[in-house]
Structures are given as structure tokens and as C-alpha cells.
Write a protein that binds this ligand. Structure first.
Ligand code: FE
Length: 356
């Protein structure tokens, strides 16, 4: 008010403008209290997903429910860091992250609150629910790609084969400290125990064609360039290359060999992208509605197609010929919470193996 009084001295035009500003400012800056039914119709979404198709998804949620989505997009680690530093003052309602390793990390740091929802409990298979704190919404597989000119498919049927002496100097992976590798190792710990998991990690390190660098796409490109003969990648990176706008990339990816590992035993390692309601969510009811929406058939298809993944909800059809042509496979049946619980041990094994 002081500033208005000050401006009054100058001119009527300024006074008129100030009056208008004074009238609309509350709506621009600080909304005045609204009746309960129109207040808080918003979800503040912290998302590590970054696909243009997701915006359509959020728009249809707003159309269906009248609840607006305010999105903050950042990398998984940046979002976690932001949540930690914001603490109780965090405006975050829903947090979406990739990989059970990161979701577990958020859970173990107390960044989620429980969501009691019959819809989520019923729609999402129990394997992809973690203590009602977070839920997987899409799945991806960790697969092996190889150069058919240097490796026979029979040599790389299992994750275990990557540690076999026959592949010395041929294997490429990203750093063992990355969540995707920690989760795979956590799965091996769950299936085979600590000793075998550690022997496996050391065996893979001994077979590396180069010291780990880059992401999964860089490992696929390493096989294409001939620097590597075998690599580990999440399935959607391969599909992305099979759909590349660059013809030479599409053709190179199509020539690669690809294996769904461990079909004769535990099945191919499956991970999720998922999320939950933030610990200090200002709008927990709206947040729950948003998660329930993500479990609806149309949202499931859209989420999966957006990143060449699979829906977690049964009987949801996806339209993704490049993914479907990779063929059916047996997937691992391991609760995401088990993958979470072995993260600490997985990190220690990676450390002891020097898989940096
Ligand atoms: Fe990824």
C-alpha cells in the first residue's frame, strides 16, 4: 500500500493503472482464499519423464477431472535433490522416477507418503507395488545386444554368460554404479545370492572391452562401431534406435543380434518407471486421483508408447510394431521392493568389483 500512496502523487494515469494492478494482482500473484470446492484443484508433478506425448496425457487428466497439472521436469537425481532440499516446504504432490533403484532411494529417504487406493491396489500387479508408497506404471526389460559377426547367439543367452571367459575383451556396459546396473545386480543377488552375484560382477569387469562410459545407447553404438561385441541395454533404447529418423541408425540397429536373457531360468530382468505421492504433498487427494488416472487403460497405453515400454496393467493394448516385433519373452517375476532392498549390497559389490 505504501507504494500506491507514493504513486498517487504523480498522475491520475498511474493511479488508474495502480488501481487495476491492485484489483488483479491477487489473481496473478497470491490467490485469495477460495471456497473449498474450487480450491486446490491442482497437482504439482515432479517428473523425470520428458516425452512430448506426456503433455497430451496430462491434458486429458485435466479435461476429465478439472484438476490442473503443474509440471516440473528434471533428471531423476536433480528431482531427488530438490525434494531433499525443499523438505516440508516442498510443493511436490506426485513424484515420477525411472527405475526401482531410484524409487527405492526416494522411499528409503522418506520422500513418499502412503497412498491407500483400491483402484491402484486392484489395477497394478502386486509385483509392481512397493508398500503402498510407490507404484510401477510402465515396465522395461534389460536385454543383451550383440554383433552377430563376432558372437553366436548361443554364447549370450544368459546374464551369467557376460562373465564367461569366452567373452574376454568383448563386453560393454555403462557404469556399474548406475541405477540400471544396480537393479540388475540386485535381481541377481535375489536369485543367486551374494557370492554368485559378486563373482558375476567381477567376471563382467574382467571381460570389459573398455572402461564403462556413457549411457545404454552408447553401449549399443559401441557394438555397431565394433568397439564392443556384446552390450547390456534397456529395451526401449534399442527400440528407439529401430525407429530412428536417421536411416543409417535404423539399419545398423536392425543388423544387431538381440537376446531376451535367462529364458530358461528366472526370465529377463524387468524394471519399472513409476511414482508415488510426495511426503509433504499439499494436495494428496488430487495426487491420488492422478496416480489412479495413470493406471487407467488409455493412460497406460499412452505412458508405455511414449517411451517404448509396456503397460503394467493387464490387457492394455499397445501400438508399437518395432517393440512387438522383438517377440514375446518370459519376464522375471520379482517384486520391485525386493530389487529395492538389495540396492545397498549391490552398491557394495559394484564397489568391490571396481565396476566404475
Ligand atoms: Fe533410461
Amino acid at each position: 500500500m505504501q507504494s500506491y500512496a507514493f504513486r498517487l502523487k504523480f498522475s491520475r494515469r498511474v493511479l488508474g493503472a495502480a488501481a487495476i494492478v491492485a484489483l488483479i494482482a491477487p489473481f496473478l500473484l497470491h490467490s485469495p482464499p477460495l471456497p473449498a470446492q474450487t480450491r486446490d484443484r491442482v497437482v504439482n508433478l515432479y517428473s523425470a519423464r520428458h516425452y512430448s506425448s506426456d503433455q497430451d496425457l496430462y491434458d486429458s487428466f485435466t479435461r476429465q477431472t478439472g484438476i490442473k497439472i503443474n509440471q516440473i521436469q528434471a533428471g531423476d537425481e536433480a528431482l531427488l535433490e530438490r525434494l531433499r532440499s525443499e523438505g516440508k516446504a516442498s510443493p511436490a504432490d506426485v513424484v515420477l522416477l525411472a527405475d526401482a533403484a531410484r524409487l527405492w532411494k526416494a522411499q528409503s529417504e522418506g520422500l513418499f507418503q502412503p497412498t491407500r487406493s483400491e483402484v491402484l491396489k486392484t489395477m497394478i500387479p502386486p509385483t509392481y507395488q512397493a508398500d503402498q508408497l510407490w507404484f510401477g506404471f510402465t515396465t522395461r526389460a534389460r536385454i543383451i545386444v550383440f554383433d552377430p559377426a563376432r558372437v553366436k547367439p548361443g554364447q549370450v543367452q544368459r546374464y551369467e554368460d557376460l562373465a564367461s571367459a569366452a567373452l574376454k575383451g568383448m563386453v560393454c556396459t555403462r557404469s556399474g554404479t548406475h541405477p540400471y546396473m544396480l537393479s540388475l545386480l540386485a535381481s541377481i543377488i535375489a536369485h543367486q545370492g551374494e557370492q554368485k552375484a559378486e563373482a558375476w560382477a567381477k567376471g563382467v569387469v574382467a571381460n570389459l572391452a573398455r572402461s564403462p562410459r556413457g549411457g545404454d545407447t552408447d553401449q549399443i553404438k559401441g557394438v555397431i562401431s565394433g568397439e564392443c561385441a556384446v552390450a547390456l541395454t534397456n529395451s526401449y533404447y534399442l527400440v528407439r534406435m529401430l525407429k530412428s529418423p536417421k536411416a543409417e541408425e535404423r539399419e545398423a540397429a536392425a543388423k544387431l543380434g538381440m537376446v531376451w536373457p535367462n529364458q530358461a531360468s528366472t526370465g529377463t530382468h524387468i524394471n519399472v518407471s513409476g511414482g508415488g505421492v510426495a511426503r509433504y504433498a499439499p494436495h494428496p487427494e488430487e495426487a491420488r486421483k492422478f496416480l489412479e488416472f495413470l493406471a487407467s487403460p488409455s493412460a497406460q497405453a499412452q505412458l508405455a508408447n511414449g517411451n517404448n515400454e509396456w503397460p503394467v496393467v493387464r490387457n492394455v493394448q499397445i501400438n508399437n510394431p518395432e517393440l512387438t516385433q522383438l517377440g514375446p519373452f518370459k519376464s522375471e517375476q520379482l517384486p520391485v521392493s525386493v530389487i529395492g532392498k538389495h540396492q545397498g549390497l549391490a552398491a557394495r559389490i559394484i564397489d568391490r568389483s571396481g565396476w566404475r
